[in-house]
Design a protein around this ligand. Structure first.
Ligand code: G3H
Ligand code: ZN
Length: 285
């Protein structure tokens, strides 16, 4: 076991009608927790690093650590660069052995999104690295926008068909009602839209971003309609890392940082293992 491509795990997920969890990591313990959760469930898993993390740790260090962690835990892991808007960082990740990258030009006009995404695909595919891109826009920070404005950013099925043909991507992130971060009110997913997109591009794995706070039945319904990758970030960061660290520090009175680290690994592993069960990927590695 070790690093595998996104294309490989999502092809199996699409045929097997389950989803693979994509989990953001910010620290070593966070990454170990992802690996431990996947090992516990004998499930494939996607460890997702952000562009910000690349600026902090560097692509070489991140790739070396992730490869080693995947091997040590004996898991089938995709090392994925999440939401990248910087082509130079994306290329460095490919050069250093990332097995998947997400180019995010979703805030641009259609043709510019296509051109940027196609450049990423051209580069990454030479090295066997998978590419995810986004069409429509999954919001999060635009809290004050109206429902109509939010709906205007949803992925249009006909445009998705054209986008996939124009770019050659391996996975498509769709805007269907989820947002990044904690929800202020109950999320309302546009299930008919997921089905409409899936019917036009049945072989393209669809990606659901903004998984934190989405009710479990909604995950199951999304998977039934064509979603193959589900991203979870905020829950791991806020509960798995920060809240667990805070409580462990207080409990130990700041004596032994290793106790904090161990608790973070376990808390992240528990979150990941549970999600993998909901996503139906247990035993699929
Ligand atoms: O790309 C990352 C995910 O979409 C994370 O979303 O932080 O709302 O769970 P989340
Ligand atoms: Zn996202």
């Amino acid at each position: 076991m070790g690093l595998v491509t996104l294309e490989y795990v999502l092809r199996k997920a699409r045929l097997g009608k389950y989803a693979v969890g994509g989990f953001n990591f910010f620290t070593l313990e966070n990454l170990q927790g992802i690996a431990e959760g996947a090992a516990r469930q004998n499930s494939p898993v996607i460890a997702m690093a952000s562009t910000g993390a690349m600026k902090l740790f560097g692509e070489k260090t991140t790739a070396a650590i992730a490869r080693t962690v995947a091997e040590e835990y004996g898991v089938q892991m995709v090392l994925h660069l999440d939401h990248c808007t910087d082509m130079e960082i994306l290329k460095r990740c490919v050069d250093n052995g990332f097995t998947s990258v997400m180019i995010d030009a979703s805030s641009k006009e259609y043709q510019e999104n296509v051109d940027i995404t196609a450049e990423a695909v051209d580069y990454a595919s030479r090295y066997g690295c998978s590419v995810e891109a986004e069409l429509g826009h999954v919001g999060g920070k635009e809290d004050d926008i109206s429902v109509d404005e939010r709906t205007a950013m949803f992925t249009k099925p006909e445009e998705a068909l054209k986008f996939v043909k124009d770019t050659g991507i391996d996975a498509l992130a769709v805007a269907v009602g989820t947002v990044h971060g904690f929800y202020k009110s109950e999320p309302k997913l546009d299930f008919p839209r997921i089905s409409a997109i899936h019917e036009l591009i049945p072989e393209m794995p669809l990606v659901l971003h903004g998984g934190t706070g989405v009710p479990e039945p909604d995950f199951i319904e999304s998977i039934r309609r064509g979603v193959c990758k589900i991203n979870i970030g905020t829950e791991l960061k806020s509960i798995g890392v920060y809240e667990t660290s805070r409580l462990a520090y207080l409990e130990d009175n700041g004596q032994d940082p290793r106790k904090v680290s161990k608790k973070v690994v376990k808390a992240c592993a528990d979150i990941v293992a549970h999600k993998l069960e909901v996503f139906g990927s247990v035993g699929k590695a």
